[in-house]
Design a protein around this ligand. Structure first.
Ligand SMILES: Cc1cc2nc3c(=O)[nH]c(=O)nc-3n(C[C@H](O)[C@H](O)[C@H](O)COP(=O)(O)OP(=O)(O)OC[C@H]3O[C@@H](n4cnc5c(N)ncnc54)[C@H](O)[C@@H]3O)c2cc1C
Length: 421
């Protein structure tokens, strides 16, 4: 602004010290935090908003993409399955009957242990009946509070991570700002799960920008929905998605709205205001007393903002490929039968020995980025990132020296399927 620059001295007191700090309490962040805590380290989870779940709850994206391979077999175990069950444990679901009766996560872990780390293959189900579900965002978010607390994770809400403090290749901690003021949290390891790589980008890590169509999803209710809910005894029928603007592949994108990355406050403001303008047009075109918006998103529904340029970048060519350092598997939610292994190298980059990312910011390009940005894959990369963080702290090593074999053994013991074959 006219070349004016404020030079100020800021007090930044030390507020705490943790083995692992997880930034961002979306699906990937809660999984990373719980995974690290279950592996015996002290964890602080820092979340900007006042609830857990990120896009899946505050963002109203309450469809848990399937954890099966699209050919009738369960593909993902570990936290993706544990979270799918948690998402519907206290609220509604839309799981096909066959998948409802699948074993509880506790049983899966038990079977995995019995099988020496390998989970058993599931029974075959009809191909169309995929193991995905709708869930109540509010109830899932409350369940996540309990789930993270049970694992011993300490939580700090309404707190924004604004930057990191680095010493050479090592990150010494994060600086936060909240109602208490500004503060420093010292740590041995940082997980960036903020959804747009803000923390690692701020620390200078290499990244790629994404592009987003204008999508606006709200939850709509009307008389027909309420009647259906009452008649069928299935409460979820009272509301449905109202999808305005563009779909995932751009159909319906308003001509006067440019594709945007969404990494600045100005772009986020433009995105939210344009979305609500679409909502307003819808409201003006429909009878005022016959419908209601029962929930509106409280965070921007941007799919791909920024992602890490990691040690390896997953692409569509990697579909079905075996990776020696795989830390999990995921399916392509749009194309049944197309599955991917997730190499550890997509979670970190050179010269950042104690920083890792998870969720929609891992290193993946093109359609592979879409494959890894959804809820089950975010849970899988979160679980792997959290365990890697705990192992590094306990073993006093950086990511480059971490024994991939030990990490894989740990993940397999937690029920994770590591390879496709
Ligand atoms: C329009 C749309 C439709 C989608 N449809 C589906 C679908 O049908 N099924 C599906 O499975 N997935 C879908 N997804 C993707 C999915 O919801 C998310 O990508 C997924 O939940 C993974 O989220 P995440 O944990 O990586 O990030 P996020 O959910 O974005 O979580 C990041 C968290 O970090 C917090 N945060 C941000 N900055 C800071 C900071 N500086 N300090 C502290 N905290 C911070 C945020 O408040 C947020 O809680 C969709 C996404 C969009 C946008």
């Amino acid at each position: 602004m006219n070349g004016y620059c404020l030079d100020e001295r800021l007090e930044t007191p030390l507020r705490g010290e943790y083995d692992v700090i997880v930034c961002g309490g979306g699906i990937s962040g809660v999984c990373a935090a719980v995974s690290a805590a279950r592996n015996g380290v002290r964890v602080l989870l820092i979340e900007k908003s006042v609830q857990l779940g990120g896009l899946a709850t505050a963002g109203l994206i309450n469809w848990f993409e399937p954890i099966c391979d699209g050919k009738g077999k369960k593909l993902m175990y570990g936290m993706p399955e544990e979270l799918l069950r948690l998402a519907v444990r206290y609220g509604y679901d839309s799981l096909p009957e066959g998948w409802k009766s699948q074993s509880d996560p506790a049983d899966i872990a038990e079977r995995a242990a019995e099988a020496g780390g390998e989970s058993e293959d599931s029974v075959l189900f009809p191909k169309k009946e995929r193991c995905g579900t709708f869930f109540s965002p509010a109830i899932f978010s409350a369940a996540l509070d309990r789930w993270t607390a049970e694992s011993g994770v300490e939580l700090l809400l309404d707190t924004q991570v604004v930057r990191t403090v680095r010493n050479g290749q090592s990150c010494e901690g994060v600086i936060v700002e909240n109602k208490t003021g500004r503060g420093f949290y010292k740590t041995g390891f940082v997980v960036d799960a903020v959804g747009d790589l803000q923390v690692m980008r701020g620390a200078g890590a290499p990244f790629e920008n994404g592009e987003n169509y204008l999508s606006y999803v709200a939850h709509l209710t009307d008389g027909a929905g309420c009647r259906q809910a009452a008649d069928s005894g299935r409460i979820q029928k009272y509301s449905r998605w109202l999808c305005l603007g563009a779909g995932m592949q751009g159909k319906g994108q308003p001509e006067d709205f440019p594709l945007l990355c969404g990494s600045s406050a100005e772009e986020i403001t433009a995105f939210m205001m344009a979305g609500r303008k679409l909502l307003f047009a819808y409201l003006q075109a429909t009878p005022r007393l016959e419908r209601d918006i029962c929930a509106a998103p409280s965070m921007p529904q941007l799919r791909k903002v920024c992602r890490l340029e990691g040690m390896y970048t997953l692409t569509e060519e990697d579909c079905g490929r075996h990776f020696e350092d795989s830390v999990g598997v995921t399916g392509d939610f749009l194309h049944s039968g197309r599955c991917y292994e997730l190499p550890l190298r997509i979670l970190y980059c050179r010269e950042y020995s104690n920083m890792i990312t998870a969720g929609r910011t891992v290193s993946a390009a093109g359609w592979a980025w879409d494959v890894v940005r959804v809820i089950p894959a975010a849970a899988a990369t979160g679980q792997a990132a959290g365990m890697a963080a705990a192992f590094c702290v306990k073993g006093k090593t950086g990511l480059a020296e971490l024994s991939v074999e030990r990490l894989q053994q740990g993940l397999a013991r937690s029920g994770v399927r590591l390879h496709l074959e």
